[in-house]
Design a protein around this ligand. Structure first.
Ligand code: DX5
Ligand code: ZN
Length: 222
């Protein structure tokens, strides 16, 4: 089943509990949580204590996107706070298989993420270990940017790699996805769609989720 992962980054942070309940009621399966440290990306967001507070109010799958240097230092904090999956940027770790192993050892799913200018080959060492590969289609740091078409092209390539190799990872896209380009995005074979401004920036975030999901369901495998 295709899954929608609204990114909390675009939500009203004074109303987080209500905002995430709206998207959950509207059918979103994942909550995408963007963790930024002001070093790996030029922006600063929130940490594990916020994830922990939200965990009490939601049953959604918590998809934590770590845009931080030395992410290994924080794996345990985010898992203890209630993360279901940790996505690490390949650019931030020296030993990717070891980072994936550490995440799995904490009992959650492991994802690896690549920036738009990072080659797909960076994830090859962990194709048979990861649960998720997240392809960034904007430069990480901010919501509301325009999707980079060249980065999108990596997804059909990854889809073919998965098919040919018999791998099991999900493919996730993050950055610049909206209702206006959703069909083009779904055609790539992606499984999980992150949407920040297109959901929380909409006049009615619940309705936006429903509109996303209606289109995405057309692409579910029979
Ligand atoms: C950007 C973040 C994204 C962001 C997406 O660094 O990783 O998750 O919230 O926002 P939109 O969907 O508006 O591009
Ligand atoms: Zn993200």
């Amino acid at each position: 089943m295709k899954r929608l992962a609204p990114s909390m980054l675009s939500a009203d942070f004074a109303e987080l509990k209500e905002q995430i309940q709206i998207i959950e009621t509207s059918g979103a399966q994942y909550l995408h949580l963007d963790i930024m440290d002001g070093h790996f990306v030029p922006n600063l967001t929130f940490g594990a204590p916020v994830v922990k507070c939200l965990r009490k109010h939601s049953k959604m799958f918590f998809d934590v996107h770590l845009m931080i240097e030395q992410p290994e230092k924080y794996f345990n904090d985010f898992v203890s706070a209630g993360a279901d999956l940790l996505n690490v940027h390949v650019e931030t770790v020296d030993d990717l298989p070891e980072a994936v192993r550490q995440i799995h050892a904490l009992g959650v799913k492991a994802g690896v993420t690549i920036k738009p200018d990072t080659s797909l080959s960076a994830v090859y060492p962990v194709l048979d270990q990861v649960d998720m590969i997240l392809v960034m289609t904007v430069y990480p740091g901010f919501s509301g940017q325009k999707l980079i078409p060249e980065a999108l092209q990596k997804i059909p390539e990854l889809f073919r790699i998965r098919q040919n190799g018999g791998y099991r990872f999900d493919i996730e896209i993050d950055g610049g996805v909206g209702l206006q380009n959703l069909r083009q995005v779904m055609e790539t074979g992606v499984d999980v769609v992150v949407a920040g401004s297109a959901v929380f920036g909409a006049a009615d975030p619940g309705q936006a989720c429903q509109e996303f999901l209606t289109i995405m369901q057309e692409y579910d495998r029979a």
